[in-house]
Design a protein around this ligand. Structure first.
Ligand SMILES: *[C@@H]1O[C@H](CO)[C@@H](O)[C@H](O)[C@H]1NC(C)=O
Ligand SMILES: *[C@@H]1O[C@H](CO)[C@@H](O)[C@H](O)[C@H]1NC(C)=O
Length: 357
């Protein structure tokens, strides 16, 4: 390139090269999870230092999620770590989590996907402090896992619709405007909500006979519309009841299922069985479930701070993460909705941990 003397061409060339190098290096500097970093665009990378706990060190995992003891033969799926494109996640640190939450209560509210994430969090924390005492209790619909030395309560309120189902003379009524179940959420320090999977239930497993909006009682209605009205009722509860100085509110996001291989470019697959690796890259061929858009629309109307754990895309990539026949129902059934533990919900909790700084 020659010597740089005065404003000669070689000086400009050198200037340019140094400039490109500096800008390039700056772009490569990765921060830890900051507000401005998009934690949800990224890919799954193999990392032998994962999983964050061995299922065997978590004696209370329910059979439904305990895939390896249930006979799942492949293990590679447990070694993936979620890697955002723009920054690095802090590795989950259970001791630090417990210290920061000392004396506080955390409650997951929602369906069995909430139970999945709740179990993951209790496992992550217990495996970090295996000699620390804990108690387990159940009061009505609420399961309470207490780390006694830290006085940290990790709770689960089973509430599949967030809004109420009430027994009346005509039968069971799903009341989209009524949220009396929220009584259980008062005084909790951190709330993590979720609802979606039950909105499309029909037939014998649908737990209501009528659906009510305002004074109108109907046999049925558009389910996506019903979901939106219920979320709006929940959003109004947040705005009216949450004191952001005292309470952190999260929404767990829509957890996807894998029953149609066309959506991940494997048309012969009718379920998630024998899937052993994630979809590579950052995009899911099948796109997002429509519920995500509805959820984001309602969340955008809330005035109080609510953090969406936007886990849909990263979970869509994990066609390999479900129990399939190694879950509750065994060889007769096929579960491509819930997630094995250890597994994908650990990443959701790692993202939760990165959001409580
Ligand atoms: C844990 O519980 C046992 C039995 O109740 C008790 O003896 C022990 O002191 C507890 N450990 C701590 C560190 O509190
Ligand atoms: C699977 O997805 C494709 C693409 O959206 C759709 O055309 C097809 O009907 C779906 N199959 C089933 C069984 O739902």
């Amino acid at each position: 390139m020659g010597k740089c003397v005065g404003w000669s061409l070689s000086c400009w060339v050198l200037f340019f090269i140094v400039g490109v190098a500096v800008v390039g290096a700056a772009a490569k500097v990765k921060g830890t999870a900051e507000e401005q970093c998009d934690l949800y665009t990224g890919s799954w990378v193999l990392d032998e230092s994962y999983p964050l706990y061995q299922p065997a060190t978590c004696p209370f995992i329910e059979r439904e999620f305990r895939c390896i003891p249930n006979g799942r033969p492949d293990l590679i799926y447990t070694h993936y770590r979620w890697q955002p494109l723009a920054c690095d996640l802090l590795r989950f640190n259970g001791r630090d989590f417990l210290e920061r939450m000392r004396g506080k209560s955390i409650m997951f509210v929602g369906d069995s996907l909430s139970r999945n994430q709740w179990q993951s969090l209790t496992c992550l924390l217990h495996s970090a402090v295996p000699n620390s005492n804990y108690t387990q209790a159940r009061v009505g619909d609420v399961s309470i896992f207490t780390f006694t030395e830290y006085k940290v309560k990790v709770m689960l309120d089973r509430s599949v619709y967030l809004v109420d189902v009430v027994k009346e003379d005509i039968g069971r009524v799903l009341k989209l405007d009524s949220i009396q179940g929220s009584k259980l959420w008062n005084g909790i320090d951190m709330l993590i909500f979720n609802t979606w999977h039950w909105w499309n239930r029909r037939g014998p497993t649908q737990p209501w006979d009528y659906i009510q909006v305002g004074d109108k009682v109907m046999k049925d209605m558009d389910r996506m519309k019903a979901f939106e009205i219920a979320l709006t009722t929940w959003a109004a509860w947040v705005d009216a009841n949450v004191d952001p100085a005292k309470v952190r509110v999260f929404f767990q996001g829509i957890s996807p299922s894998h029953y149609n291989g066309t959506l991940w470019n494997e048309p012969s697959a009718k379920s998630c069985i024998r899937e052993t690796t994630p979809v590579t890259g950052s995009t899911y061929p099948g796109g997002l479930p429509p519920a995500v858009e509805v959820l984001k629309r309602v969340l955008s109307t809330i005035k109080k701070p609510v953090t969406l754990l936007d886990i849909t895309t990263l979970s869509l990539l994990r066609k390999d993460g479900h129990p399939s026949i190694y879950g509750l129902i065994g060889a007769k059934g096929m579960d491509c909705s819930h997630w094995c533990l250890s597994g994908v919900p650990d990443a959701w909790n790692e993202i939760l941990y990165n959001n409580i700084g």
